[in-house]
Design a binder for this molecule. Structure first.
Ligand code: HEM
Ligand code: HEM
Length: 173
């Protein structure tokens, strides 16, 4: 096996796109006044975030079930660092999503969405879980930078075509 399975690879890139969308939408929402636009965009952010959580759990399951390619590095320490980064990336995403759900649950925003009155929207800055949401997103971003730098290092300096392993397109074994 030289590549992650097709469904694992599809989920990897789909989750990446959804994380980019959730990130920019989250920041956009945080800067918005309590307007009807915010009222209609908040559920979109919640839906994207919940989808990320479900798809991440599904990808972890598929990776276990379908197996994974042999470690990419000759150096065992680098392989351990890669495996730990992947686990921490998954964990930080799951934790960020759960903290987002906790922010919703403890802010009373669902009631406001039902009433449809933007002036009643809570100040999320005052919700404790929202800070945890931000911290885990920060942790995930740091890991992501490291993950991408490692991928580029493999691709362009080691030149071992690491990107093949997670490409949706299949290659002959
Ligand atoms: C794991 C994927 C997610 C990412 C990458 C993400 C990203 C973000 C970002 C960047 C912010 C702005 C934080 C800031 O002001 O610095 C934010 C705010 C927020 N997120 Fe998420 N989020 C995710 C999942 C969720 C989920 C699953 C929920 C709830 C169902 C949620 C609920 C919220 C809420 C309530 C806010 C505050 C909005 C405001 O201040 O107006 N997020 N998110
Ligand atoms: C939110 C964004 C991302 C997350 C959470 C993430 C997470 C992961 C995880 C957990 C794996 C292990 C395989 C798996 O379980 O599916 C993986 C593999 C991989 N990712 Fe990402 N990734 C992200 C974005 C990216 C980006 C932007 C790139 C490219 C520049 C990239 C390149 C790779 C490569 C090359 C592998 C295979 C590494 C190996 O086989 O050792 N990832 N990623």
């Amino acid at each position: 096996m030289k590549q992650y399975s097709k469904r694992t690879s599809i989920l990897h890139w789909l989750i990446f796109l959804l994380v980019v969308a959730a990130f920019f939408l989250g920041h956009y929402l945080a800067d918005l006044e309590n307007t009807p636009e915010k009222l209609s965009l908040l559920p979109v952010h919640f839906l994207i975030g919940d989808t990320i959580l479900v798809l991440t759990l599904l990808r972890i399951y598929f990776r276990k079930k379908d197996g994974e390619p042999a470690p990419a590095n000759a150096n065992p320490l680098l392989n351990k660092i890669a495996a730990a980064t992947h686990s921490l990336l998954n964990l930080s995403l799951i934790a960020a999503a759960i903290a987002g759900i906790a922010t919703v649950a403890t802010s009373g925003v669902i009631e406001v969405l039902k009433k449809g009155d933007p002036s009643l929207l809570p100040d999320f800055e005052k919700v404790g879980a929202r800070e945890v949401h931000e911290i885990f997103i920060g942790v995930m971003l740091l890991l992501l930078v490291f993950h991408v730098v490692a991928a580029l290092y493999h691709q362009f300096i080691v030149r071992d075509n690491l990107m093949h392993r997670i490409r949706i397109k299949r290659f002959k074994e």
